[in-house]
Design a protein around this ligand. Structure first.
Ligand code: SF4
Length: 282
């Protein structure tokens, strides 16, 4: 049976999520920052972690965003195949929601209409919109505002199959080492492996939306997540780049089938303000 869902409900959800994602971090990110505030062994690093905890608390108390860079609105929408969207264009509804959320929520507008002429659109639209048709009769809306201090340090590398697992480990460590203090560490690291050039970048962004402390369901990739996180934290970049063992709070991998001649790897770096929030519309 087909269920009708009005796109106005998606617009309202996007507006709410833009505001709440910017003001309240995912619980797993907050928990991880609080834990590192106790476990970081470097004195300066520990002080910085405690400052980050104070910043999260202050944002909650004052009802303001956790960071001044409230990001570009990345929106993932999963549409059940038994849903018929009514009430107009989905894309227009998402952008109306972003404009409303960023304007009413007094969030910084960071989007320019053209990458070279750079005129601000003044309402943070358009969103980067990813849609996927899935089973069921619901719509899942996720908003992941992305700051560009961390986005700018992200990279895609097209390895050859001969590079194998070791080549992937090296590529990830090289990218994180090169990022250094720029992405406001401690980082959250999204790794995409496989697919093609554009899919691997998408996978790395999706990986940032998985809660910290969860693992890839595939045991091989779950082990690789653990190994890579340990190795990243051995780099010694530390909180805000001042040294210490808390370079990353988490590292998630998403993978996909790929071509016999390739081994694409993408690293999407998130900062300590890695945000995402979801609602399910039934
Ligand atoms: S990288 Fe993250 S913490 Fe740093 S300014 Fe951007 S959004 Fe804020």
């Amino acid at each position: 049976m087909i269920k009708e869902i009005d796109v106005k409900r998606i617009e309202d959800a996007v507006a709410r999520l833009c505001v709440s994602a910017n003001k309240i971090l995912p619980q797993s990110v907050t928990d991880s920052i609080c834990t590192a505030c106790k476990t970081e062994t470097d004195g300066l690093g520990r002080e910085i972690m405690c400052d980050l905890v104070r910043n999260i608390d202050a944002a909650k108390e004052l009802d303001i965003p956790v960071c001044q860079d409230t990001g570009m609105a990345v929106v993932f929408i999963e549409i059940g195949q038994d849903v018929h969207l009514v009430g107009g264009s989905l894309c227009d509804a998402v952008n109306r929601g972003v404009a409303k959320g960023y304007t009413d929520g007094l969030l910084r507008k960071s989007v320019v209409a053209d990458p070279l002429n750079r005129i601000n659109t003044d309402d943070n639209t358009p969103a980067v919109l990813h849609t996927k048709v899935v089973d069921g009769d619901c719509v899942k809306v996720t908003v992941a505002p992305k700051g560009f201090g961390s986005e700018n340090m992200s990279k895609v590398k097209m390895l050859t199959p001969a590079a194998g697992r070791d080549g992937v480990v090296k590529a990830v460590l090289d990218i994180v080492r090169e990022a250094g203090s720029n992405p406001c560490p401690p980082m959250v690291i999204g790794v995409g492996i496989g697919g093609d050039f554009e899919q691997v970048a998408y996978l790395s962004k999706k990986a940032l939306c998985r809660d910290l402390g969860t693992h890839n369901k595939n045991e091989f990739y779950a082990e690789l997540e653990t190994e890579l996180l340990e190795k990243v934290n051995e780099l010694g970049i530390g909180p805000q780049g001042f040294g210490g063992k808390t370079t990353a709070l988490g590292l998630n991998i998403e993978y996909a089938p790929t071509h016999i001649a390739g081994l694409p790897v993408a690293v999407n770096i998130g900062c300590h303000v890695t945000r995402h929030k979801s609602e399910i519309i039934k």
